[in-house]
Design a protein around this ligand. Structure first.
Ligand SMILES: Cc1cc2nc3c(=O)[nH]c(=O)nc-3n(C[C@H](O)[C@H](O)[C@H](O)COP(=O)(O)OP(=O)(O)OC[C@H]3O[C@@H](n4cnc5c(N)ncnc54)[C@H](O)[C@@H]3O)c2cc1C
Length: 321
């Protein structure tokens, strides 16, 4: 969801409190704890939506009052600026999940986490298609924003699988303010890409259509994928990050280009290109958003100088830096 509207004036904040409840709208809330990078200054206003209806109400209120707003899932694909966000941050905690084992469907509110909530519900019911995404920090809404993807099941791992392959439909609050059900094709999914990058639609709920799967086999895939991640990715609790920083470029992994530029381990302030994976920047403790951005620019500049290729950033920059 794009951040639109203006900054939060005193009158705007008051109107928002009237619409959403005075005790529910917090002021000057630090955003770092709500991101996997553990970086970011305060939001002027902050609201946690506990259901899809509350999410719809919050977005509608912000739009009609004209307050700039940003919808936050798990905060795993963003870098929030050190000066924070001038407006309202809506944290999506609408997390209901329902399974229809006979129809092979899982329905979820968009703030539900893909792992464990969604995946466990599916696997318990013997439904296959979501197990690939084990260990990835993501809300359902964030997964649709970016078309969550990973390698297909071992041992072949012959292709990349995308969440779009199992999405049947979603309920959205459209940019125009209507609540409607849209099919998967509405999202125009691509690699790290969906219509949500270009339209101010909000995903409220999503329905996934899955295939029958043997729970024991699904758990094998999950264990193998967790082991794959543990080997290659820095652990989030001790080395906070936002996963991959740059998109693949002309089929080549950005990590390889950064590694060939000799930048593994390079630091600026508290930010470091991790030794484990050159496309991941970690917060070694006390990193600022500025440190991370400077490191991103350094990597981009070096790769361009050496190869002529311009790396494109995959994460979103939110707020003021
Ligand atoms: C350690 C690590 C490993 C990762 N590995 C992978 C991986 O293997 N594959 C992969 O694809 N990604 C990976 N990622 C990236 C990240 O997990 C995904 O992009 C994830 O889908 C982000 O979801 P989120 O809920 O955190 O979104 P956020 O970061 O909170 O938000 C991202 C964007 O989505 C928008 N958004 C969120 N919810 C909604 C909604 N309901 N409606 C409309 N817009 C919405 C936000 O406004 C924002 O613009 C990894 C990240 C980390 C930290």
């Amino acid at each position: 969801m794009r951040a639109e509207g203006g900054p939060a004036t005193a009158a705007g904040a008051e109107a928002l409190r009237r619409a959403l409840g005075a005790d529910r709208v917090r002021a000057a809330e630090p955003l770092a704890p709500y991101t996997t990078f553990r970086i970011g200054g305060p939001a002027d206003l902050f609201f946690e939506a506990a259901s899809a209806d509350e999410l719809e109400r919050a977005v509608t209120a912000a739009r009609s009052i004209g307050i700039r707003h940003f919808l936050l899932g798990v905060g795993a694909n963003i870098l929030v600026g050190d000066a924070g966000f001038r407006g309202l941050v809506i944290r999506n905690r609408a997390a209901a999940v329902e399974v229809d084992p006979v129809g092979g469907r899982v329905w979820a509110e968009s703030g539900a986490v893909v792992h464990p909530a969604l995946i466990e519900a599916a696997v318990e019911a013997g439904l296959s298609g979501l197990e690939h995404y084990v260990g990835i920090p993501s809300s359902v809404g964030g997964a649709l924003w970016q078309n969550l993807h990973f390698l297909s099941a071992p041992p072949e791992r012959e292709r990349t699988v995308f969440i779009a392959e199992v999405l049947e439909s979603a309920d959205i609050l459209s940019q125009e303010g209507e609540r409607r059900t849209v099919p998967c094709s509405y999202f125009r999914f691509g690699y790290d890409e969906s219509i949500l990058h270009r339209r101010d639609d909000v995903v409220l709920t999503a329905t996934f259509r899955l295939l029958p799967g043997e729970p024991a086999r699904l758990r094998e895939v999950m264990a193998a994928n967790l082991a794959w991640r543990a080997e290659r990715h820095p652990p989030l609790d001790s080395e906070p990050s936002a996963g991959s920083i740059f998109k693949k470029i002309e089929g080549v992994g950005a990590g390889r280009l950064i590694e060939e530029a000799g930048l593994k381990g390079r630091r600026i302030g508290g930010a470091q290109i991790t030794h484990r994976h050159a496309n991941i920047v970690i917060n070694t403790g006390g990193a600022t958003a500025r440190d991370v951005r400077d490191l991103i620019e350094l990597a981009r500049g070096e790769v361009e100088r050496r190869t002529g290729l311009r790396l494109e950033v995959e994460i979103s920059f939110v707020g003021e830096f």
